[in-house]
Design a protein around this ligand. Structure first.
Ligand SMILES: [Fe+2]
Length: 385
């Protein structure tokens, strides 16, 4: 795949797939037009302390103020949010008489805004079934990772189970996403690498998932190519807007693709984050090579295609290409500074059995290309340790 340079000239494009996406350098200035389109009279601006500190929330606030748009800021979303974060947002929404939401930040504020959106029209707890339509939500990502801006899922630790759980509903799709690569240029190298590897893992696990979904496959393989060509550039030169833009596209593609399914890597990551306080993208990145070795025999042809997409021109046999894909992924991770072992990221060996048990309870592994038992997940965690 050859990427055309982005942008050949400053431009902003709009696309619907199905979320209305306003994409391009400076896209943030189009936020008021979306507020107007969605007929919001007063918005709850959902964000977190990190986004406020970075000055990015203030940029959105300045754009809203300049157009005289009414809003209330809710900036107390915690990392790895729980149902409680969403309930506090619901209280702020009601107190201020809001009729729509704008979320700016990484996965935590974006997902929490979706769950606030849900809980203002539905009685808690979150574990209940979702039926009706929700107020409009505009999502503004400041990382290129989760793709939450175009996904139909919101993740939070539930009050009544204590488990980090993915809530799926087409109603959770934001009504608009403002994707401005300029908002990611200040993201530190480590977070660029970790969130970028989350986007890559969404694409890769979706592409390898044991399900039939050619539409998701097309998005996933395209996203794999974009990450392979852009992640290292975005990490080493944070101000490279072309690389930042490609990563933002890949993050959206990954989130659109993973409706097909994910795999054992995400099952393990969903357990590692609450138990070991590991960044979600970093958890995925560290266990990914071991998961791919485990899966290799079940998805040789697809892994070979991954190697070709990542730039392998060797014309080798499929089996060789499949191994090359895993090697290329290892190399990409080391180039962007991902540690190779869980122990180096602060995971305790004594927690591995619990991590495997929680990972087995996570539905993500059900579409892993090779079926896995709790023992398999434990041995994957051990070999990544
Ligand atoms: Fe993820």
């Amino acid at each position: 795949m050859r990427l055309t340079d982005f942008p050949p000239e400053p431009r902003i494009v709009e696309m619907s797939y199905p979320t209305k996406v306003v994409f391009g350098i400076g896209a943030l200035k189009r936020l008021p037009a979306q507020v107007e389109r969605l007929k919001m009279k007063k918005a709850l601006l959902v964000t977190d302390g990190g986004v406020v500190k970075s000055g990015l929330a203030e940029r959105a606030i300045a754009v809203l103020r300049a157009e005289g748009i009414s809003f209330t800021v809710f900036d107390s979303v915690r990392p790895d949010p729980t149902e409680q974060d969403a309930l506090e947002g619901v209280a702020a929404y009601r107190r201020s008489g809001c009729d729509g939401l704008i979320a700016i930040g990484g996965g935590s504020p974006l997902d929490t805004a979706k769950l606030i959106d849900l809980l203002v029209t539905h009685e808690p707890p979150l574990s209940r079934f979702i039926r009706d339509d929700l107020p409009p939500l505009i999502a503004i990502p400041t990382t290129a990772g989760t793709g939450s801006e175009v996904s139909r899922s919101g993740v939070a630790t539930l009050s009544d189970t204590g488990r980090k759980t993915v809530i799926f509903s087409p109603y959770l799709l934001p009504k608009a996403a403002i994707c401005d690569p300029e908002l990611t240029v200040g993201l530190p190298a480590f977070l660029t690498a970790a969130t970028g590897m989350d986007a890559f893992t969404h694409c890769l696990e979706a592409y390898l998932a044991d399900a039939f979904h050619p539409l998701a496959d097309a998005l996933a393989i395209d996203g794999i190519g974009r990450v392979a060509q852009s992640l290292e550039k975005a990490v080493s030169h944070g101000t490279n807007l072309a690389a930042r833009a490609q990563m933002m596209i890949a993050a959206m593609e990954g989130a659109m693709a993973f409706q097909k399914g994910l795999g054992a890597c995400h099952a393990l990551a969903h357990a590692l984050t609450p138990i070991s306080r590991l960044h979600h993208g970093l958890a995925n990145a560290i266990v990914l090579p071991a998961v791919l070795e485990f899966n290799r025999g079940a998805c040789v042809a697809r892994l070979a295609q991954v190697a070709i997409t990542m730039g392998d021109n060797s014309l080798a046999r499929e089996e060789v290409l499949a191994s090359n894909a895993i090697e290329r992924i290892r190399k990409m991770e080391s180039q962007v500074g991902i540690p190779t072992r869980l122990r180096d990221a602060g995971v305790r060996e004594a927690d591995l059995p619990l991590i495997a048990r929680k990972a087995f309870q996570d539905a993500s592994h059900l579409t892993n290309p090779r079926k896995c038992t709790e023992e398999d997940l434990l041995s994957l965690a051990r070999s990544s340790f």
